[in-house]
Design a protein around this ligand. Sequence first.
Ligand SMILES: Cc1cc2nc3c(=O)[nH]c(=O)nc-3n(C[C@H](O)[C@H](O)[C@H](O)COP(=O)(O)OP(=O)(O)OC[C@H]3O[C@@H](n4cnc5c(N)ncnc54)[C@H](O)[C@@H]3O)c2cc1C
Length: 344
Amino acid sequence: MTHKCKVLVVGGGVMGASVAWHLTKAGAAVTLIDSGPGSTPSATAASFGWVGGSASTPSDDPAAFALRLHALDEFKRLERDWGLLPVTVRGALLWGATTDETADLIAEHLAAGSKIESLSGQQLRQKEPLLVAPPDLAAWAPDDFALEPTDLARCFLQAARAEGASVLSGTVQAVLYAQGRAKGVELQGQSIYADKVVLANGYGAVALAAGIGVDLAIEQQPAVLMRFDAGKNVIQHLLCAQDLELRPGKEAGLMSALDYPQQGEAGLQALADETCQAIAQLLQLPVPPRLHSIEVGFRPMTLSKLPLCGPIGAVEDLFAVIAHPGVILAPLLGKRAVQAVLAS
Ligand SMILES: Cc1cc2nc3c(=O)[nH]c(=O)nc-3n(C[C@H](O)[C@H](O)[C@H](O)COP(=O)(O)OP(=O)(O)OC[C@H]3O[C@@H](n4cnc5c(N)ncnc54)[C@H](O)[C@@H]3O)c2cc1C
């Protein structure tokens, strides 16, 4: 019997789950370890789940934008493999403060290779009948969609388990290291050995890598996810109207992703009130929107803004897979991790 490469994947957010599935499918004997809900903050649990290129401006970072567009094809691959993905809504509508701004946005996206179309105010109203005052021009991104990030992570984990992966619950305290190689991890006082260790636990990877002298240039940036009670099917698509990002919730209501307020936690209620007002001005709702919940998630971001997907430091058999935006990039980086981890 041939020896299967034993790989420990630390982190069961969308990135770790994708890495675990791709490695398992490629023939590795994978064990994924995750702290479990609530014990360590998970960006995936607070994520908006927008998959597509239209929410970002290509000229901000052309290389990152091209990578996002490329990453979208990987969702088609997943759909072919699994059938359905946990998609809540398809298609995105965007507009700026003025018609010129929207026209510029459309021109920039077309030049960068996005699939994006112009819509008149009338066409926009047909797509979103509850808009109070549709602008004369909007951008329509038919291929963008929003999915439920925790459901996507669960799909990866279920598929990995079905192919033979094991999943353990607990917090990894340290990477085991000897003679220049990673040998496994310490999990709640127990040593677990493997041929390779992959850190896919977001910002938590920084402390584990530092424990064996590897410096990871990663920071975490907060962002806010708010849910609003607003009835069912009040919008049919992703909306990005100037600074307001909105989408339907999985069952009902609306979700909005927002920048973390400068005042910190003390600014969250005011932000919620402003967002409620902005929604009420944007949409003619049967009932006024009411805040349902606020979640703050910490997004792991590499300082280089490039994805980390490969060996780290001078330690053999130690890898990291960390990137932003992690939901969009998870299928692509899971695939790339196979090459990086198993071919080395
Ligand atoms: C409000 C908000 C909106 C967002 N919107 C989008 C979007 O629209 N599109 C998009 O692509 N991205 C979006 N993101 C970013 C995206 O959610 C993250 O990039 C992605 O979820 C990161 O996934 P991850 O698996 O790397 O990290 P995480 O989800 O943080 O997962 C890390 C996991 O590792 C576990 N862990 C940590 N340390 C240890 C340890 N020592 N031992 C065991 N387990 C450990 C944690 O419990 C956690 O489950 C958004 C984020 C936020 C907060």
